[in-house]
Each structure stands twice: as structure tokens, then as C-alpha cells.
Design a protein around this ligand. Structure first.
Ligand code: HEM
Length: 413
């Protein structure tokens, strides 16, 4: 059975205080997909909130394509090619591009950064803890993931501050604090061809172009050289648009997501002292705990697909061209899969969460990198002789795309 619901997940106010878990629970309780009608033309969408429905949609790219874009925004068809990255490409080209990049992101490939990661983790934590009372986001989570990406991309350390600012302005741009151009407002045509409709995206393109010009033909081993000089297995080098959009994707995809997972994980450990104790007593459990950190945080709320034909799916009649949104966060709380899903359990096993997607061709390319970052951060933090406690209210990002925490005051107890 499908329903039209008043609980519109496009309402950003619903997300202003964190995830609307109660709404997800209510939607999951009724089988089928649920339609949200929106006022703006072409903005209504189906929501898949059950784990099994989400997995089926992610795997069936013939029926549910990513090529019509993967967020709720309606992208002008004339602008789609300019804005298309790996995420919005399906089929052979997607496979060829992904194959070209994936060697850099396997567990074995990212393991070679272990010493580097331990070094910046220790430095970050030394500096933060010396302050005794600090904002965990600003001092610990915010800079760490982008410094790692900068290393992979081969971006100079001195430019990472600028990358952080661009990332905030793009991904968080539904939050008034970060907004350059609010989606849905009367923004200028100039920005309609760039992701997030954000002027910051244009600045990132310019910056990428400058780095590519520097690296092209020099035989470097960084990701920028790979994007600039690499030839995917279909024999077609990246077009200028593909270079721009994929450079930008690599800058943003692993930045906010990892940042917010680190913050949520700390918050969840502080809120659940018995779970913190388990890991303090046996840090060898941390690699498994990371899976629960990811499930419980659900840092990416959703992605969108578009139906390529009229289809009956899970008792719901979906028409060609309609948007279908998969709510990973809801799937991660589905009691059909997770025993007592609201229990934060660092020993949960099995834990087949969908924070990186689940099983489809777009499954997060950077998942091994994110996992090693989280493991090393908490292996260091939880084996120090120091106890943190919360020192003020949390501030959530106003976004239905990223489940983000903007501020989390803490102090050394
Ligand atoms: C795709 C989540 C970290 C790069 C995705 C998807 C999700 C996701 C949900 C889409 C999956 C799908 O549609 O099936 C996360 C989370 C992260 C994280 C929660 C951190 C906790 C990273 C990192 C990188 C990265 C560190 C490294 C650059 C990518 C790329 C894609 C992607 C390139 C597109 C893959 C494709 O379309 O084939 N990620 N991600 N992500 N992620 Fe991540």
C-alpha cells in the first residue's frame, strides 16, 4: 500500500534539531513507498523508508537511475551534463570511471596512510585536549577528514583551510549559517549549472583547474594527476566537465560525511557511558564499533533516484520520471534488520548498515578510507588517560541531506 503523506521530508525545519526519527518510524510502519506533494513544480517525490525496499532500489539502476540527479533539486536537463559526476553516471561510463579510481580506495591502498593518519590524529587531539574546554567539531572533527583528502589529492597543506570553507558553503548551504545561495530562493542563473547552486563550487572548479595544469604530464601519483592524465577502461579520458565535477566530488564526498560521523560517534559514546567503557576496556573492539558508529550516525540522510519507466514496486505504482528518495537513515533504524535499532551497541553483530549505501554500484567509493579514519581517531582518543564530558547544547545542521552537527561543546572532566 502506498500513501500520500503530510509528513513531508522536504521540510527542512523537521531536521533542524537532528534526525526526525519518529517520522521515519511512522512511515516505515506502513508498507510501500510514500508520496510527498510539494508546492514547487516537479518537486514531489516518493520516499522509500524500509531497508529491503532501499536495497532493491539501489541495485536496480535500469529502473531507478542516478543520471537524472541524486538530490531533491530539479536540475535543468540542459545543465545536467555539466554537473554530472560519478554519482550521476550509470552503466559503462560509470564502471570505467569507478574502475580507474577504485585502486586508490581499497582497504590495502588506504592502509598505507596509517602512519600519516596516526600522526595528524595525535596532533589534532594534543592541541584540542590542551584547551580543556572546546568545541569538538571545530577542534577535532572539522579539519581531520579534509587534511586526509588533501593528502590523497595532493593539495598543499596551506590550502586545506580554504577547502574546508568551500565544503561548508556547498554541502551545508540549506543552513542559514553557511548559505551562499539558498536552494529554492530566487538565485541567479549563473549558479544553476554548478552543484549545490553554490558560488563556492565555481571556486573549487577554478582551483582544480589550476592544480591539474600544474600536474598534467608530470607522472605524479596523486589523485589529481590520475583524474587529469588517467584513461578509463573505455578509452575516453575525462572531459573538462568530468574533471571538474569529479574533483569536486572527491573534495566534498569524504569531508562533511566523515566529520559528522566523528562528532556523532563521540556524542553517542558520551551519551552511553557503558558502551564507552566497553571500548576503553578492550580497544581491539574499535574496528567493529566503527560499524555501529556509522549505523547510529547515518551521516547521509538520503539520495535520490528517478524512475525510468512506469513500474509497480512494493505495492506502489510509480510513474516514469518520478523521483524516488532512499532514506538511508530510516533503513538504519529498521527493526526488520536490526534488533532493538535504537540501542547504541558497539558490539552489534551482524551490522549490515546502509550508511555507505548497500550493494548498489554507487556504494561509497571512500568507505575503507572513512573506516580507517574513524578507527584511528577513536583508537587514539579512547586509549588516552583523559575523560571528556559535554559542556553545552548541540547545534544541528539544518539539512535533510546531511545529518550534521555544527557545534558540540565538551570539556576535559
Ligand atoms: C558515495 C556515504 C566517506 C567518496 C557515497 C554514497 C553514500 C556515501 C551514502 C552513495 C551510495 C549509493 O548511492 O549507493 C559516505 C559516508 C562517509 C563517506 C557516510 C563517511 C563516513 C567518503 C570518503 C570518500 C567518499 C572518505 C573519499 C573521497 C565517495 C564517492 C562516491 C560516494 C566518490 C560516489 C560513488 C559512485 O557514484 O560510484 N558515499 N561516504 N566518501 N562516496 Fe562516500
Amino acid at each position: 500500500m502506498s500513501t500520500t503523506t503530510d509528513l513531508t521530508l522536504a521540510d527542512l525545519d523537521l531536521f533542524a534539531g537532528g534526525a526526525p526519527w519518529g517520522v521515519f518510524d511512522e512511515l516505515r510502519a506502513t508498507p510501500g513507498l510514500h508520496y510527498s506533494t510539494e508546492e514547487a513544480p516537479n518537486s514531489g517525490f516518493w520516499s522509500a523508508t524500509r531497508y529491503h525496499d532501499i536495497v532493491r532500489i539501489l541495485r536496480d539502476t535500469e529502473t531507478f537511475t542516478s543520471t537524472k540527479f541524486t538530490n531533491l533539486e530539479e536540475v535543468d536537463p540542459a545543465m545536467q551534463d555539466q554537473r554530472r559526476s560519478l554519482l550521476e553516471t550509470d552503466g559503462l561510463r560509470h564502471r570505467a570511471l569507478r574502475r580507474m579510481l577504485q585502486g586508490e580506495f581499497t582497504p590495502q591502498a588506504v592502509a598505507k596512510y596509517e602512519t600519516f593518519l596516526r600522526g595528524i590524529t595525535a596532533k589534532t587531539l594534543d592541541a584540542a585536549l590542551a584547551k580543556k574546554e572546546f568545541d569538538f567539531v571545530e577542534e577535532v572533527s572539522a579539519d581531520f577528514p579534509i587534511r586526509v583528502l588533501a593528502r590523497l589529492l595532493g593539495v598543499p597543506d596551506s590550502d586545506t583551510g580554504q577547502l574546508i570553507e568551500w565544503g561548508n558553503r556547498m554541502v551545508g548551504n540549506t543552513d542559514p549559517e553557511h548559505a551562499d545561495v539558498l536552494i529554492g530562493s530566487a538565485d541567479s542563473d549563473e549558479y544553476k549549472h554548478v552543484p549545490f547552486r553554490s558560488p563556492a563550487a565555481i571556486e573549487v572548479y577554478e582551483y582544480g583547474k589550476h592544480l591539474a595544469a600544474e600536474r598534467r604530464g608530470k607522472g605524479g601519483t596523486d589523485l589529481i594527476t590520475l583524474l587529469a592524465d588517467g584513461v578509463p577502461s573505455d578509452g575516453q579520458p575525462l572531459s573538462e566537465h568530468e574533471f571538474n565535477t569529479n574533483f569536486l566530488l572527491l573534495v566534498v564526498a569524504g569531508n562533511e560525511t566523515t566529520r559528522h560521523t566523528i562528532t556523532h560517534s563521540m556524542k553517542n559514546l558520551l551519551d552511553n557511558p557503558s558502551q564507552l567503557e566497553i571500548l576503553r576496556n578492550d580497544p581491539s573492539l574499535i574496528p567493529w564499533a566503527v560499524e555501529e558508529f556509522l549505523r547510529y550516525a547515518s551521516p547521509v540522510y538520503h539520495f535520490r533516484r528517478t524512475a525510468t519507466k512506469d513500474v509497480e514496486f512494493s505495492d506502489t505504482q510509480i510513474s516514469e520520471g518520478e523521483k524516488v528518495v532512499v532514506w538511508f537513515a530510516s533503513g538504519n533504524r529498521d527493526s526488520a534488520i536490526f534488533d532493538d535499532p535504537y540501542r547504541f551497541d558497539v558490539t552489534r553483530n551482524p551490522n549490515e548498515h546502509m550508511s555507505f549505501g548497500r550493494g548498489g554500484p554507487h556504494m561509497c567509493l571512500g568507505n575503507a578510507l572513512a573506516r580507517i579514519e574513524l578507527r584511528i581517531m577513536f583508537e587514539d582518543l579512547l586509549t588516552r588517560d583523559v575523560t571528556l564530558e559535554r559542556a553545552g547544547d548541540l547545534d544541528y545542521l539544518r539539512s535533510n541531506f546531511v545529518h550534521g552537527i555544527k557545534r558540540m561543546p565538551v570539556r576535559v572532566a
